[in-house]
Ligand binder design. Structure first.
Ligand SMILES: Cc1cc2nc3c(=O)[nH]c(=O)nc-3n(C[C@H](O)[C@H](O)[C@H](O)COP(=O)(O)O)c2cc1C
Ligand SMILES: C=C(O[C@@H]1CC(C(=O)O)=C[C@@H](OP(=O)(O)O)[C@H]1O)C(=O)O
Length: 398
């Protein structure tokens, strides 16, 4: 069984982020430009703070790719932090680093500052925030870009859009995914529209209200979360398994989504709605067509039954909490003297929901590539692709 794994390293204001991806088969065409396109998508989005004006994320390929194709060896990627030049004396690994500067001693409610400091015994909570920062998601998106190249070869594509920000919800956006699921509009067109929108939502009316509410939150020193929907199409039947807890595709997806900084809830298909309705209104009746094989006319299961992909589009929704750093900070306690104070203010985003959508696409790509490699085995791309074709044929002719 081929396993795909990855490991990131890097502090937010350190010299660079690094990611090593192991388990990508040989022969996968992949370029730095394709990785950089995904990194650029993550950097867009209305409501981000000053840092995004400093960074221009680009991946340097250090290992595992030669002549535009994967070798089968671990792939190593690096993304420079341009902001490092402003932090090198403070963040230096050398003993003479100016660690007494920019110390954080007033923990921000909602961030990892206090529990992290207590756990690791750091009196300067910068030692926690540097790694708990979602800067690390750039490395995940780079890994996800490699995974999505593999998926694309196998005919699997991933899309996302924003459904709501700070409670301002689009009334039509959800319907677009329903129409795409029903084959009435193209998924690609939807993605182009979402990518062109500053809030990653194709509903222009909702976009205006979302921008207005972000502006308002910023003016008030507040922050906002929101809801994102992610879809994967082209999956063969049979990714994941019902036989063991950690082989269920839905459990792997939920874990990956919850691993994204500030994501607090995950739904697959009808999700929480399915608790409200009777079985007759929730489960998707099964039909058979000579050309298509088995299919559904609805997709409330969101493409997974029994922990296994059923061939329908995979639909995942996630909720992001508001950014914890507030320019009008909440009450906290100064850990140097136990006195009540206002929380530390670090340069911060007001809303990062559009960026989190791209991170969620990357996480989904990684989980699906892992599941694909587990089901297909193989060491080279053509072996994977042959097996995927076989899976499609077997499902159709079952
Ligand atoms: C793309 C992205 C950007 C973020 N930007 C900020 C930020 O500027 N300031 C901040 O305090 N938190 C930001 N966050 C959220 C924190 O990283 C997150 O709230 C923190 O890790 C604690 O969340 P947790 O309890 O889910 O781990 C961002 C999250 C994401 C996904
Ligand atoms: C750097 C990124 O996001 C950062 C995530 C983040 C946090 O606390 O999570 C805090 C901010 O960092 P800084 O204080 O350096 O501006 C964000 O900018 C990024 O997405 O690349």
């Amino acid at each position: 069984m081929t396993t795909l794994r990855y490991l990131t390293a890097g502090e937010s204001h350190g010299p660079a982020l690094t990611v090593i991806i192991e388990g990508i088969v040989a022969g996968l065409p992949i370029t730095a430009q394709q990785i950089n396109e995904q990194l650029a998508r993550r950097q867009k989005g209305y409501g981000r703070g000053g840092r995004m004006a400093i960074e221009k994320d680009q991946a340097t390929i250090l290992a595992g790719i030669r002549g535009g194709k994967s070798l089968g060896s671990p792939i190593s990627l690096q993304i420079q932090n341009r902001d490092w030049t402003n932090w090198q004396e403070i963040m230096s690994p050398q003993e003479d680093a100016k660690v007494e500067e920019r110390q954080v001693t007033c923990p921000r409610p909602g961030h990892a500052d206090l529990p992290g400091a207590i756990k690791y015994g750091h009196r300067d909570m910068r030692n926690i925030l540097e790694r708990s920062s979602a800067r690390e998601t750039a490395a995940r998106v780079a890994a996800g870009a490699v995974a999505r190249r593999l998926l694309a070869e196998a005919g699997i594509h991933i899309y996302s859009h924003v459904l709501s920000i700070g409670g301002v919800a689009s009334t039509t956006e959800q319907d677009l995914y329903n129409q795409a699921t029903a084959g009435k509009i193209q998924w690609e067109d939807l993605q182009v529209q979402a990518d062109a929108s500053p809030v990653h939502c194709s509903d222009k009316e909702a976009e205006k209200s979302m921008i207005a509410i972000i502006d308002q939150a910023k003016a008030q020193g507040d922050s906002l979360g929101g809801i994102i929907e992610i879809a994967a199409v082209g999956l063969p039947v049979g990714l994941g398994s019902h036989v063991h807890d950690n082989r269920r595709l839905d459990s792997e997806i939920a874990g990956a989504m919850m691993s994204i900084q500030a994501i607090k809830a995950v739904e697959i298909g009808a999700g929480f709605e399915s608790a409200r309705l009777p079985g007759s209104a929730i489960h998707d009746p099964i039909y058979y067509h000579e050309e298509k094989g088995y299919y559904r006319r609805s997709n409330r299961a969101g493409g997974i039954e029994g922990g296994i992909s059923n061939g329908e589009p995979l639909i995942v929704r996630i909720a992001m909490k508001p950014i914890p750093t507030l320019y009008q900070p909440l009450d906290t306690v100064d850990i140097t003297n136990g006195q009540p104070v206002k929380a530390s203010v670090e340069r911060s985003d007001t809303c990062a929901v559009p960026a989190a959508a791209i991170v969620a696409e990357a996480q989904l790509a990684i989980v699906l590539a892992q599941a694909l490699l587990k089901s297909t085995g193989g060491d080279r791309l053509e072996q994977i692709l042959e097996r995927v074709q076989q899976m499609h044929c077997q499902a159709k002719n079952f």
